[in-house]
Design a protein around this ligand. Structure first.
Ligand code: COA
Ligand code: MG
Length: 289
């Protein structure tokens, strides 16, 4: 699966930001037709995204297009206009049911067959960011075309009538619900946007907290957010070295017939090894050894 530590949005009608985004070395670039684009700019956004898919070299960055939510009235044109230009994935916001994912999946499959592309070569990432979406996660997260679930903090707060705070305690339950649904179905969980984009220290703190909760990446909205977020979602050298030591010493102790043993005065057994293996998987996915 593509590493998605930092997923950068820009309004789909903003050619300047799109051309800038391909120079940033960001994991994923999400050209938006939904809330980042004004109602009277939806057509321009579609045409601009098509132009970008045709003309720009995205390098290693993943190219994504976010359509409007299912039921908005814009979604069918959004997806049908961009699909022929083969984005790497479609992002669908405000998903509340399995059937909404299935709706998009069917249209994508039809395009894959029509153009002779490998089946499932266009991935689906969904936003789950409403009370209904969180309640229905159990079923939604089992859809086979999914790669990732993106949690939208601002939309969710609006959906439940919560007041947003810097500590984001009002979002904790829903953030963890998304992480659990993703872990159970082998999906990537992608965390909230820090909208105060000038406060890089707040971004670092929120990113590190998200990574500790179990998110693999974070949504971003400004070039200055790329580096701090990529760093926070890449295990640091100390964590990697410790994970390697756990895996190595565990194997040696297993051979000696010990399931639990002591390392630096701490008890190590299977769950800690599994967690260490996850750290090493994430390190590898981020292209670091
Ligand atoms: N992607 C790519 N480039 C971006 C960018 C983005 N999301 N946000 C800003 N830039 C570029 C600007 O075009 C500018 O480029 P330049 O130096 O070549 O002129 C540079 O980065 C600095 O931008 P800055 O002046 O600091 O920001 P701004 O005031 O122009 O814009 C926002 C601030 C928040 C309006 C803007 O970052 C934005 O629109 N972000 C995306 C919002 C979005 O998509 N929301 C929906 C999803 S949550
Ligand atoms: Mg939103």
């Amino acid at each position: 699966m593509h590493s998605r530590r930092a997923l950068l949005y820009m309004p789909g009608d903003n050619w300047k930001m799109i051309t800038k985004s391909v120079t940033l070395g960001v994991d994923s670039i999400c050209m938006d037709m939904e809330d980042g684009t004004a109602i009277n700019k939806k057509d321009l956004a579609r045409a601009t995204i098509v132009k970008a898919l045709l003309e720009l070299d995205f390098g290693k960055s993943e190219k994504l297009a976010r359509i409007n939510s299912v039921g908005s009235g814009f979604e069918k044109d959004d997806i049908e206009i961009v699909l022929p230009y083969h984005p790497d994935g479609i992002v669908i916001p405000k998903i509340e049911s399995f059937d909404q994912v299935e709706w998009a999946s069917k249209i994508i499959e039809t395009a894959e067959l029509k153009y002779g592309w490998p089946l499932n070569s266009i991935r689906v990432l969904i936003g789950v960011e409403t009370a209904k979406g969180i309640l229905n996660l159990k079923e939604i997260a089992t859809h086979p075309r999914l790669d990732a679930i993106i949690f939208g903090g601002e939309d969710f707060a609006a959906s439940i009538g919560a007041v947003r705070t810097k500590e984001a305690v009002e979002l904790l339950y829903a953030r963890q619900a998304v992480i659990v649904a993703c872990a159970a179905n082998d999906l990537q969980a992608i965390d909230i946007v820090t909208i105060d984009y000038k406060d890089i220290e707040a971004l670092r703190i929120e990113s590190e907290f998200g990574a500790r909760l179990g998110f693999v990446g974070k949504q971003i909205i400004h070039p200055a957010q790329v580096e701090p977020v990529q760093t926070a979602f890449t295990p640091n050298d100390e964590a990697v070295a410790y994970a390697k030591r756990i895996v190595e010493t565990f194997e040696a102790n297993q051979k000696e017939g010990k399931g639990a043993y002591s390392l630096d005065g701490k008890m190590i057994d299977m769950p800690l090894v599994k967690n260490a293996q996850k750290v090493l998987e994430r390190t590898k996915a981020a292209g670091k050894n």
